[in-house]
Design a protein. Structure first.
Length: 128
């Protein structure tokens, strides 16, 4: 199942594939309808089963022209991938803009935006 998410042209594809597999398992068991924190807690339990080390609610530095200007908390940092969790009926353009802005400002190269609130798990892979 994991191999279907691995694409050589995507950076960190092996890591994102395992994150996606963990998210799909959480969604399979819980389904939609819970708050974000419930899905975060479930991922905390599921990610190690996929061989992933992570930080939850991690403060990342925000840079402007090479200067640190502040900090922002993101849901997960898993290896070198930033993960943002949503639990809404559908993703909105602001969700993509926000996640991409976090990627650019922090220097991370790859991000996943996971929405557990829709009738089907929404997965968006973003690259900086």
């Amino acid at each position: 199942m994991i191999k279907q998410y691995v694409k050589a042209e995507y950076p960190l594809s092996d890591v994102t594939a395992r994150i996606i597999a963990a998210a799909k398992e959480v969604y399979r068991v819980l389904g939609p309808g819970f708050r974000e924190v419930i899905y975060q807690r479930a991922l905390v339990l599921e990610l190690p089963a996929h061989g992933l080390e992570f930080g939850r609610e991690v403060w990342i530095d925000v840079y402007y022209k090479g200067q640190k200007i502040g900090c922002k908390r993101v849901d997960f940092i898993i290896d070198e991938v930033m993960v943002e969790i949503k639990a809404k009926s559908e993703l909105e353009p602001v969700d993509f803009v926000q996640t991409l802005s976090y990627l650019k400002a922090s220097g991370y190269k790859v991000g996943l935006l996971l929405n557990f609130g829709a009738s089907k798990l929404e997965i968006k892979r973003l690259a900086n």
